[in-house]
Ligand binder design. Structure first.
Ligand SMILES: Nc1ncnc2c1ncn2[C@@H]1O[C@H](COP(=O)(O)OP(=O)(O)OP(=O)(O)O)[C@@H](O)[C@H]1O
Length: 210
């Protein structure tokens, strides 16, 4: 089992405690995280990414309980094992498309995927030397997916990756996430409200804090 979540709880400062049901995900599987607004979906994703740290419960990824390692160890572990796609692409404006992906290689400290091949698979190789400021929203989101995949992570986490995309780009982005995750044997976890995404992934858990 690649990922196991056990008895996980988290409280933001001054807020009531959020509790999460136990679940497990295998390599190569896809899972949606569903739930009402404010139920704790993004919090759960941030706990899985080690961007938030819980004092209650466990998040075990590839045999490592990421709740119990230091921040420094977590940064290294995340760079090697976790790719994150945010709602907005968060690309580095001073760098071109290829350089944004090279930065992911640098942080992972391991030999990742061939960047030009990845850009070609994602249909954006013509933009390799372009400033990220010149990309459309759909293209920028595809670059952020390429960046998340560049280091061949074992786990891909995506938070509402299609919320600002039209139907055509949503279709492209979701197909890319699924096919690329399968190609590198990664588990894929997507937080979404989007019915268009739900049509493509049947496995889900529901977060129910209110
Ligand atoms: N940094 C923070 N500080 C304090 N409270 C927070 C913080 N982030 C989230 N919360 C609170 O934690 C709860 C869960 O928030 P979270 O963003 O995880 O929900 P969500 O299910 O992702 O919501 P949405 O679907 O609207 O994005 C909410 O009550 C929210 O107000």
């Amino acid at each position: 089992m690649l990922l196991k979540v056990n008895e996980l709880q988290f409280a933001h400062p001054g807020q009531s405690t959020l509790t999460f049901k136990n679940f497990q995900v295998n390599s190569g599987e896809s899972l949606l995280i569903l739930g009402k607004s404010g139920s704790g979906k993004t919090t759960l994703l941030n706990l899985l990414a080690g961007l938030l740290k819980s004092k209650q419960g466990e998040v075990v990824l590839d045999g490592v309980n990421i709740c119990s390692i230091s921040e420094q160890e977590m940064d290294l572990f995340r760079g090697k094992n976790i790719g994150i796609v945010f709602q907005k692409p968060h690309l580095i404006a001073a760098l071109n498309v290829r350089q944004n992906l090279e930065l992911a290689h640098f942080f992972s400290k391991k030999k990742g995927q061939d960047i030009l091949r990845l850009l070609s698979d994602l249909g954006i190789s013509a933009k390799s030397n372009s400033s990220v400021l010149t990309l459309s929203e759909g293209e920028a989101q595809r670059v952020s997916i390429a960046r998340a995949l560049a280091s061949c992570p074992k786990l891909i986490l995506a938070d509402e990756p299609t919320s600002s995309l039209d139907d055509e780009n949503t279709e492209k982005v979701i197909q890319l996430l699924k096919t690329q995750a399968t190609r590198i044997g990664a588990a894929l976890i997507i937080v979404t409200h989007d019915q268009r995404v739900k049509n493509h992934v049947s496995n889900f858990i529901e977060v129910t804090n209110s």
